[in-house]
Design a protein around this ligand. Structure first.
Ligand code: ZN
Length: 486
């Protein structure tokens, strides 16, 4: 049965969908606007879209896309020249199949053509609001001009996502993130280690909604300090990056703090399914995720019911494409390609995120009609260029370390697996004497037993905190010297 038939049946058999809509409206009602906020109330409109007729939404999406393409043709030299070369004329932009024939935009294209990608003007009710820069952890730093409309969508989509996750805005929120990210909204500088940032309101929502208190702590603080702050603040919600969370989950955290924690939101990097299961077990709470990146913002969020990423299609359009750039079949993995629908300052059209995902069908238990995908894997292209088996070796070592740390909480503080030129691998670990002795034996045996490398390789287990790649700001558990720049 197709999804639309299903919708109709739902309506006929007593309004299942209507009750889902009402449920979401009740969840939205706990979010109160700031008394001084006088602008457009987009939250209610976004909510209504979630359960609207999919044909209607599809038509809306097509119109929005055509508007973006025409704007790009009229104001962005890069697209006009490139499409012209590909024999695409302005009048064809709304035609079936044209969009799918347009060339993809890679991260390297974006870096090389930044000036040519700027729109000469924004659309009528929009204007340039600033520039977003990637942190540069996944290669070369990338800059994108952002329009006001695009930038404002972030807060609205963030609130939508928190409603999906059922976060109660009256409660306490703690972010453990890179210092640079924490300071956004203050003076743009890095928030220093050792100090706790206190905010009146949850991040990003300060101009729109009333919330409980929020705290921030830099992820570059030693993990023992992170545990101390977690135990002091006892947040209801924690926002954190996967590598930081993985190290935190290996520590002994007091029961009262864990009992208090109602949700952990993992952002920015991808968390593997194994890690997700491990962390869920340790933290005994829901692990919530979204998908997005600085160039575009929030692209999709996971729903609780069906475990899928639903695309925020008022803001972004997602394609899952095979290696030959055809649409992937349902259940097939492909590259995640995103078009932004709201940034008229620098429209990114068919932007190859460098990540991959599996295309899902359009039937989700939650009843939402937006397109969805599952199983995001980050950096697919860069990982694919490593010698065969490199990433598998990392995963085997990671499993060993996590298994050990789970049984002996507080023995492993932080670790990193590094791949260097000429087949050299290194495990750097800050840990207890006992853990170093025990793990020396077991990780060496994992390495020796791995038959996954087809090259001569050496392995060294180093104790200390001389982690690599920290100049790129974000800590990465798997770091490779062989990763190409983009
Ligand atoms: Zn869903």
């Amino acid at each position: 049965m197709g999804f639309r038939e299903n919708l109709r049946t739902n309506r006929q058999v007593g309004g299942v969908l209507h009750s889902r809509l009402r449920e979401e409206q009740e969840a939205q009602a706990v979010w109160r606007y700031k008394p001084e906020y006088q602008g457009e109330r987009l939250a209610e409109q976004l909510l209504a879209n979630e359960f609207a007729d999919s044909e209607l939404l599809n038509a809306k999406r097509q119109r929005a896309l055509q508007q973006v393409l025409e704007h790009a043709y009229d104001t962005v030299p890069y697209y006009r020249h490139l499409w012209f070369q590909n024999r695409v004329r302005r009048r064809q932009l709304g035609a079936t199949g044209t969009f799918e024939s347009l060339p993809l935009l890679s991260k390297a294209d974006l870096v090389a053509n930044y000036q040519q990608l700027k729109a000469s003007r924004c659309i009528a009710d929009d204007k340039l609001a600033g520039i977003s820069k990637t942190s540069g952890t996944t290669g070369q730093p990338v800059k994108v001009d952002q329009s006001l409309r695009s930038r404002r969508m972030f807060a609205w989509l963030k609130q939508r996502e928190l409603r999906w996750f059922r976060f109660d805005p009256a409660l306490t929120h703690l972010s453990i993130r890179p210092g640079e990210e924490l300071a956004i909204g203050n003076d743009g500088r890095r928030w220093p280690d050792g100090k706790v940032l206190k905010l009146e309101c949850w991040p990003y929502l300060q101009s729109l909604f009333q919330t409980g208190p929020a705290f921030g702590f830099a992820s570059t603080n030693a993990v023992a300090q992170q545990v101390r702050i977690l135990e002091e603040v006892k947040p209801d919600y924690l926002l954190i990056e996967p590598a930081t969370l993985e190290n935190l989950a290996m520590q002994s955290i007091d029961d009262a703090t864990l009992a208090h924690l109602q949700g952990v939101q993992v952002i920015s990097q991808t968390l593997t399914a194994d890690m997700r299961a491990t962390i869920k077990q340790v933290m005994q709470t829901a692990i919530l995720q979204n998908y997005g990146f600085n160039e575009i913002g929030l692209v999709a969020s996971l729903c609780r019911e069906g475990g899928r990423y639903h695309v925020h299609d008022e803001h972004a359009l997602v394609e899952i494409l095979t290696e030959s750039d055809q649409q992937a079949a349902v259940g097939e993995r492909g590259k995640l390609v995103v078009t932004c629908l709201t940034n008229s300052a620098m429209p990114l059209i068919r932007y190859d995120s460098g990540d991959s995902a599996v295309r899902a069908d359009d039937l989700c238990e939650c009843g939402r009609t937006s397109p969805s995908f599952i199983d995001v894997e980050g950096r697919y292209r860069r990982l694919a260029q490593l010698p065969p088996g490199s990433y598998q070796l990392f995963k085997a070592i990671q499993a060993e370390v996590n298994h050990y740390a789970r049984n002996k909480p507080g023995s492993v503080f932080q670790y990193q697996f590094c791949q260097m030129l000429q087949g050299r691998f290194e495990l750097i670990m800050d840990c207890s004497d006992e853990a170093f002795a025990d793990l020396s034996r077991s990780v060496n045996s994992v390495f020796e037993q791995s038959e996954i490398l087809d090259m001569p390789a050496t392995f060294e287990f180093v104790r200390g905190r001389q982690f690599r790649g920290l100049e790129k700001r974000k800590f990465q558990i798997f770091w490779s010297e062989l990763m190409p720049d983009h």
